[in-house]
Design a protein around this ligand. Structure first.
Ligand code: ADP
Ligand code: MG
Length: 350
């Protein structure tokens, strides 16, 4: 029999890549077994399971239970979505050397799935989901009609510009349940930037209607928007970017610039760095580039003091975020630039 709604291996691969990138932030590798692919397409699911439902599951589980799941050690457990009735039993494997592994053993749609293993449950009412999706559409349409173009989007926000000088960034996550946390985070980042108003490494905010940070209601749901200078993307292939990437990692372990300098002076550090970091970066030769930049840096006093100042604001940002319970999310897509100056735009996740 031909199964019309089958998820293809390629689609499943895309889901796995998405889940890997997201969960990688918690140091977790997601793997699907061969059996998983078979079971996704099993007729016993009734309504076939589709890729969007799996993405929703990995997103919501990450947002709501990611941190608790990352604390598991060599055990079995189940992800459960009460909206779609999808159950995903997995094995969690600790790996002290490298990333932990979350192996999705199987998956099934079943409304009363029973298990004695720990359950990580996510839920959402159909009504919330629909209303939020409708709002997202309406907001986008309103902006388009007012002459705005969408120039960027991430996990939580979409970014729009009209004049090419300034942007508005709206916290409009795909999942309605992420809205409150994401709006709170934007508010906290704004406050952090107010405390460090003179730092060139943070965005300059622009009044949109009355204030820089505005709240508006759509259909009874609250959204936040912020007006901001338009920034440029970092060149992902540059030596400097590779070095920033290194700093975003060091900042989680070292608190002073002196410690950074000591670390970067050590051959042992570079040796380890060059051999371990490769797997998790997609920029070509990021390690060598960071190393070359570090060599160059030592002869350029002006540049080194600029990088020091950048590190110091990054460290303050890291600590501020940590005090609010946020995870550090400063990969280089979340650093942009104003001319040649790096600017932190999106340092944390909930
Ligand atoms: N000030 C800005 N100017 C131009 N583009 C921006 C600006 N801020 C963000 N973007 C673009 O929008 C994307 C999403 O914004 P970001 O702040 O990272 O939010 P999210 O929480 O959704 O990841 C960024 O990756 C970037 O490409
Ligand atoms: Mg981002």
């Amino acid at each position: 029999m031909v199964k019309i709604f089958e998820i293809t291996a390629a689609e499943l691969d895309a889901v796995e890549k998405f889940a890997d990138a997201l969960w990688g932030k918690l140091g977790i590798d997601i793997d699907f077994t061969r059996h998983f692919l078979d079971r996704v397409n099993d007729e016993r699911n009734g309504k076939p399971i589709n890729a969007a439902e799996l993405i929703r599951l990995f997103k919501k589980e990450y947002a709501e239970h990611g941190r608790n799941i990352s604390k598991l050690s060599n055990t079995e457990a189940v992800m459960k979505d009460l909206l779609t009735n999808i159950n995903l039993p997995f094995v969690y494997l600790d790996n002290n050397q490298d990333k932990d592994r979350l192996v999705a053993k199987t998956v099934m749609r079943k409304s009363d799935f029973k298990t004695s293993d720990p359950e990580f449950i996510v839920d959402d009412t159909e009504e919330d989901v629909l209303r939020h999706a409708e709002n997202r559409k309406n907001i986008a349409q309103t902006l388009k009609q007012a002459g705005y173009k969408k120039i960027g989007s991430g996990i939580d926000s979409t970014v729009w510009t009209k004049d090419g000088q300034n942007v508005i960034k709206i916290v409009m996550p795909e999942l309605s349940t992420d809205l409150k946390g994401a709006a709170g985070l934007m508010n906290d980042f704004y406050n952090f930037c107010q405390i460090h108003k003179n730092s060139p490494f943070l965005p300059k905010f622009i009044k949109f209607v009355n204030k820089e940070l505005e709240q508006f209601s759509e259909n009874g749901v609250d959204y936040v928007l912020i007006g901001m200078e338009k920034l440029q993307k970092l060149n992902q292939q540059s030596y400097e970017t590779a070095f920033y990437w290194l700093l975003t990692d060091l900042v989680t372990r070292l608190s002073s610039w002196e410690q950074i300098l000591n670390t970067l002076d050590s051959d042992k550090f570079w040796h380890n760095f060059l051999s371990t970091i490769h797997a998790s970066v997609n920029t070509d030769n990021v390690e060598e580039k960071a190393y070359v930049f570090w060599q160059k840096l030592q002869e350029d006093y002006k540049l080194i003091s600029k990088i020091q100042a950048f590190f110091e604001i990054m460290r303050a940002c890291y600590e501020f975020g940590r005090s609010k319970g946020y995870a550090w999310d400063l990969h280089t897509e979340n650093i942009m630039r104003r001319g040649r100056t790096p600017v932190i735009v999106d340092p944390w996740t909930t």
